[in-house]
Design a protein around this ligand. Structure first.
Ligand code: SAM
Length: 258
């Protein structure tokens, strides 16, 4: 954060559910306060104060969740770890799939030389992330010194030509898709990548919700990436201070022998 305030605004995650829960807590608190102040019976006042304290706790928790992640925070280390395995300094064209409001673009920005053609692709659906749209992606990236062309599209049907991307990244997006779309997205990455391209995947230790059983996320993503026609260069489990869960950082290249 600069002295003038946050430099970036990446939107509020799960804002509809959380705003709804905040509004409900506020209504419950107000009703309990009115009922508690008007009732003469002790049991009524006790019940009202119980409702009020439960609503206050809920409201406070939701407020904290609204700030998770804080809309201006970056957690730069994970993007640095990803970028360290990618030849971003030599790429003519970089694609960030699922760029959203631009966190991952800002994350890779210090590693991308000026003049590189950078495409930020997302469905730009603001029902989950408040403000998710091309404007924020472009603005946040620009504040990090990166000129980006935001493209609205689906990762599973990339609106890009074959063999047109030198480095592609997908940060915290694949696990959010249904399994078939995640597989489709990886196949699409293979299609748009040049033969000597590099793909970097940054994932939470999660698999898509509709995957049956509970496969190990590292093995799961390794298999999907191989199936899509890539060879794995590196697979790292990234533990960051202050975080309970590690990230999975996977770097792959087209398997041209296949
Ligand atoms: C958790 S955000 C990650 C944003 C950013 N990459 C980062 O590292 O913070 C996931 C993003 O994936 C996008 N997304 C979800 N489904 C998508 C799809 N089928 N194609 C492209 N983007 C998608 C969402 O709109 C959202 O912006």
């Amino acid at each position: 954060m600069s002295v003038l305030g946050p430099r970036y605004y990446f939107g509020v995650y799960h804002w509809r559910r959380r705003f709804r829960s905040l509004a409900l807590a506020a209504v419950a608190l107000a009703v309990a306060a009115v009922v508690g102040s008007r009732t003469r019976r002790r049991s009524g006042r006790i019940a009202a104060s119980l409702v009020a304290s439960t609503a206050a706790v809920r409201g406070f928790r939701t407020l904290r969740q609204l700030m998770g992640p804080t809309p201006w925070s970056l957690e730069r280390a994970k993007y640095d770890a990803l970028a360290s395995g990618l030849p971003l300094d030599r790429a003519d064209r970089v694609l960030d799939v699922g760029c959203g409001t631009g966190r991952s673009l800002v994350g890779i920005a210090p590693h991308v030389p000026a003049g590189t053609d950078v495409v930020g692709l997302d469905v730009f659906d603001d029902r989950v992330i408040l403000g998710n749209g091309p404007r924020l992606a472009r603005r946040n990236a620009a504040r990090a010194g990166l000129e980006v062309e935001p493209v609205a599209g689906d990762a599973a049907t990339l609106p890009l030509r074959d063999d047109s991307v030198d480095v592609a990244t997908a940060c915290r997006v694949l696990h959010d898709l249904p399994a078939s779309s995640a597989e489709g997205a990886l196949r699409e990455l293979r299609r748009v990548c040049t033969a000597d391209a590099t793909v970097g995947i940054l994932e939470l230790p999660l698999v898509p919700d509709d995957v049956v059983g509970a496969p190990d996320p590292e093995a799961y993503w390794t298999d999907r990436v191989l199936e899509a026609g890539f060879a794995i260069e590196t697979l790292e489990r990234l533990e960051l201070a202050g975080r309970e869960e590690p990230y999975i950082v996977l770097v792959a290249r087209p398997d041209t022998a296949r």
